[in-house]
Design a protein around this ligand. Structure first.
Ligand SMILES: Cc1cc2nc3c(=O)[nH]c(=O)nc-3n(C[C@H](O)[C@H](O)[C@H](O)COP(=O)(O)OP(=O)(O)OC[C@H]3O[C@@H](n4cnc5c(N)ncnc54)[C@H](O)[C@@H]3O)c2cc1C
Length: 340
């Protein structure tokens, strides 16, 4: 029997674990997959995020790879959206508008053929968003895509994993090298996100702090994203609307900062004045696993295989299922068939 341990129960760990388990089971191969993690939903980085599809804050990660991974995820979300699981998994189809104030560069859109109906905004459409603004938006893109809020998606995926016989253990790994060497697992998949900074002494890893504010505003049905460096965003989820947000590099403060809160609330109200009357629910801070480049590679350790899958920055939800497919392909390429 092939024994696989996936370390980390965020979107990337759970997606990788399901991909491996379901592939081997469907091929009628003998496999045991265990997720080992110190925290689970609702306490992972993704749990506070809005889970909007869209590549964001990925350092110098190869655009071609990002395109492939994010396209895989869009198809995965489309399948859930078209299934009876959409509500339980928190997958919603939603119109979005991305706006830029940079006159020299249009809104980034190498992914525009992945989303539905992408169209550049006309000057007249831009004008609607420019009312009452000193700094004007100079370009914009409208399209339709998905949100898959991890606070719902993760319990759904965990259930899917356990239903297929996946094992779940709560444990903190402090010495990865020792764990790979001494444990009974043949394959170890490292999906510890920012935890890899300490676990591997990976100096390329850094936090990208994100503070958001959740409000009740059931009348908001559109995602609004100001792409400027100091821009705000508004993303409706099923039970609340996420107002954002900050992206402070190398800031590890998990406490809510009042100055950031004013920036978020005031900025979002400027974008959508109706938010003045929205009921405040709670504020939240998470640390995105930033890295110069996302790390997805396999390392042979004697007879064992260690696969790294971490550093997804502000796009973990957008890339998880696609990266999990690459994790599976790395495992298959290692040809550990003797174990099966
Ligand atoms: C404010 C904010 C908004 C965001 N919005 C979006 C969005 O709209 N769309 C999007 O795609 N992305 C978004 N993101 C980014 C996304 O949340 C992350 O990229 C994603 O959650 C990373 O997932 P992960 O599984 O790699 O890591 P994590 O979710 O951090 O999971 C790491 C797991 O490893 C475990 N772990 C760590 N170290 C150890 C150890 N030593 N031993 C055992 N277990 C360990 C942890 O307990 C955890 O379970 C947002 C992030 C923030 C902060």
């Amino acid at each position: 029997m092939l024994k696989v341990a996936v370390i980390g129960a965020g979107v990337n760990g759970v997606s990788s674990a399901i991909k491996i388990l379901e592939h081997y089971q469907n091929a009628k191969r003998n496999v045991q997959v265990t997720i080992i993690s110190d925290e689970f939903t609702p306490n992972t980085t993704g749990d506070g995020s809005a889970g909007l599809w869209g590549p964001f804050l990925l350092g110098g990660t190869d655009e071609k790879k990002v395109y492939k991974w994010s396209k895989d995820v869009h198809l995965f979300l489309e399948q859930i959206w078209l299934s009876e699981d959409a509500g339980e998994a928190g997958v919603c189809l939603i119109p979005c508008v991305r706006l830029s104030t940079n006159p020299n560069a249009a809104v980034g859109d190498f992914w525009r053929d992945i989303v539905y109906g992408a169209m550049d905004l006309t000057p007249a459409q831009l004008e609607v968003y420019n009312r009452n603004r000193d700094v004007k938006f100079t370009s914009g893109l409208s399209f339709v895509t998905y949100t898959s809020e991890p606070i719902k998606l993760l319990p759904y995926l965990m259930k899917r994993f356990v239903r297929r016989g996946g094992i779940v253990l709560q444990q903190r790994i402090t010495n990865l090298e020792g764990f790979v060497k001494d444990s009974a697992y043949d394959v170890i998949v490292n999906c510890t996100g920012l935890g890899s900074r300490q676990l591997l002494n990976d100096e390329q890893m850094y936090s990208v702090r994100g503070q958001v504010c959740r409000v009740k505003a059931n009348w908001v049905y559109e995602v609004l994203l100001d792409e400027s460096d100091d821009g705000n965003y508004i993303i409706p989820n099923t039970e609340s609307v996420v107002l954002g947000g900050t992206h402070q590099e190398k800031d590890y403060n998990l406490k809510v900062c009042p100055k950031d809160k004013s920036f978020i609330v005031d900025g979002c109200r400027r974008l959508l004045p109706g938010l003045n009357h929205a009921q405040h629910l709670f504020d939240w801070v998470g640390l995105r696993p930033g890295r110069e480049q996302l790390r997805l590679e396999a390392v042979k350790c004697g007879s064992k295989l260690l696969i790294h899958n971490y550093g997804h920055g502000g796009s973990g939800v957008t890339l998880a299922w696609g990266c999990a497919e690459d994790v599976l392909q790395l495992l298959l390429a290692a040809k550990l068939t003797a174990k099966l």
